[in-house]
Design a protein around this ligand. Structure first.
Ligand code: TRP
Length: 346
C-alpha cells in the first residue's frame, strides 16, 4: 500500500523551483499508476502561521496554486487535491501530537530556525508558526501517507513526523504510519538557485521565473541572469560550477535540446568544456537556456490559461477533494482517539 501526501503553502504563485523540485515529479508519480492514493494539499493554515495579518494574500493564492497544479498535469481524477483549513480533523490530531513533542525539540529544527531568522521574528515568534512541524505531522499521518515527495528543506519535518509516529505507536497502539521523504533524483533540482544566484528562488527575493510567466517575461528574466562574474570576454575561460545559467541547464537540459536548438554540441558536457576553455559567450548560453525553458513552460502556461477561464470549476474541484480528504482524516482521528482510549461514548 503506497500513499503519497505532499503540499505547498499558498503564499504566491508557484515557480520553476517548485516545478523541478516537486511538481514535475508528482505528476510523473501520479501518471505511473503505481500508487494507491495521492493527496495534494494546499497548506493555507500553515501559510497563516506567519500571515495572520495578511489573510488576503493566502486566500488569493489558493486558486493560483490550484491552477499551477492543474497546469503541471495534476489531475483530480487521479489525485485528491484539497485545502488544509477545510479538514478540522488535522487540528485535532495536532493537539494530541503536541503532547509528544518538547519545546527544545522544536527549537532544534534547522528549517524552522532558518525561517525564524529570515523573517526577523527574534523573540516574537507566533506559537502557531513555532509548532507548524507538529501540524505537518498531522497532515501526513492523517492520510497514513508513507511517501512524501518534497525538497530537501522539508527533511527536518519528516524526521519530526517519524518521531511523533514512533512515540504514538509505542505509547498507545500501532495506528500511525512512518513516512519516507522522496527527493528529486537530480540533486540540482532539490534546490534551484534564484536568477541572481541566491541559494533559493523565492518570491521575497524577486528572483523567480513563475509557471504563469509570459514568454516575454521568461526571455527577459533569462537575459538578466547572473553568470560567471570572472568571464568578462568571450575568449576568457569560464566557470560552469556555481554559475546559475549552467545550474539551470543541469536541471532542464536533455541531449535532444542540442539537436533541436544548438546542434554545435552533442550534449551539455561538450558545451561546458567549451565554456571552460573560453570562446563561448554568455549570450549564446542564455539563448539556449531560454529556448529550453520556453519549450518546457509553454504547454504548462497554455493549460493554466485554459483552467483559469473557469475558476468556479477549480473551486468545485477543491471542494470535492476536501470532502474526500476529510472522510479519510476522520477515520484516522477515530483510530487515534480509540488507541488513546478517549473514545468515551462508543
Ligand atoms: N511545509 C511545506 C512547504 O513549505 C508545505 C506542507 C505543509 C507540506 N504540510 C505538508 C509538505 C505535508 C509535505 C507534507 O512547502
Amino acid at each position: 500500500m503506497d500513499i503519497i501526501l505532499t503540499g505547498d503553502r499558498p503564499t504566491g504563485r508557484l515557480h520553476l523551483g517548485h516545478y523541478v523540485g516537486s511538481l514535475k515529479r508528482r505528476a510523473e508519480m501520479q501518471n505511473s499508476g503505481k500508487y494507491n492514493d495521492i493527496y495534494i494539499m494546499i497548506a493555507d493554515a500553515q501559510a497563516l502561521t506567519d500571515n495572520a495579518d495578511n489573510i488576503n494574500k493566502v486566500r488569493n493564492n489558493i486558486s493560483e496554486v490550484a491552477l499551477d497544479y492543474l497546469a503541471c498535469g495534476l489531475d483530480p481524477a487521479k489525485s485528491t487535491i484539497f485545502i488544509q483549513s477545510q479538514i478540522p480533523e488535522l487540528f485535532e490530531l495536532s493537539a494530541y501530537y503536541m503532547n509528544l513533542v518538547t519545546v527544545s525539540r522544536l527549537q532544534r529544527n534547522p528549517t524552522v530556525k532558518n525561517e525564524i531568522h529570515m523573517r526577523g521574528f527574534k523573540q516574537s515568534i507566533p506559537v502557531g508558526f513555532f509548532t507548524y512541524p507538529i501540524s505537518q505531522a498531522a497532515d501526513i499521518t492523517a492520510f497514513k501517507a508513507n511517501i512524501v515527495p518534497v525538497g530537501e528543506d522539508q527533511l527536518p519535518m519528516l524526521e519530526q513526523t517519524r518521531e511523533i509516529v514512533r512515540s504514538f505507536n509505542t505509547l498507545y497502539k500501532e495506528v500511525l504510519v512512518e513516512p519516507q521523504a522522496v527527493l528529486p533524483d537530480n540533486s540540482v533540482c532539490s534546490r534551484l538557485p534564484g536568477l541572481d544566484g541566491a541559494a533559493k528562488m523565492s518570491k521575497s527575493l524577486g528572483n523567480c521565473i513563475y509557471l504563469a510567466d509570459s514568454s516575454n517575461d521568461i526571455k527577459k528574466k533569462v537575459q538578466s541572469m547572473f553568470t560567471d562574474q570572472t568571464h568578462l570576454h568571450v575568449e576568457d575561460p569560464g566557470h560552469t560550477e556555481n554559475n546559475p545559467v549552467f545550474i539551470y541547464l543541469d536541471a532542464f537540459c536533455k541531449d535532444e535540446h542540442f539537436a533541436a536548438f544548438l546542434p554545435t554540441y552533442q550534449n551539455l558536457d561538450e558545451m561546458k568544456a567549451h565554456y571552460q576553455r573560453g570562446g563561448l559567450g554568455d549570450g549564446t548560453v542564455k539563448k539556449f537556456l531560454n529556448e529550453i525553458l520556453q519549450a518546457e513552460l509553454k504547454p504548462i502556461r497554455e493549460r493554466r490559461e485554459l483552467f483559469a477561464q473557469d475558476i468556479g470549476a477549480v473551486f468545485k474541484m477543491l471542494h470535492d477533494g476536501s470532502q474526500k480528504a476529510e472522510a479519510v482524516a476522520a477515520q484516522t482521528l477515530h483510530d487515534v482517539k480509540s488507541a488513546m482510549g478517549i473514545d468515551y461514548f462508543k
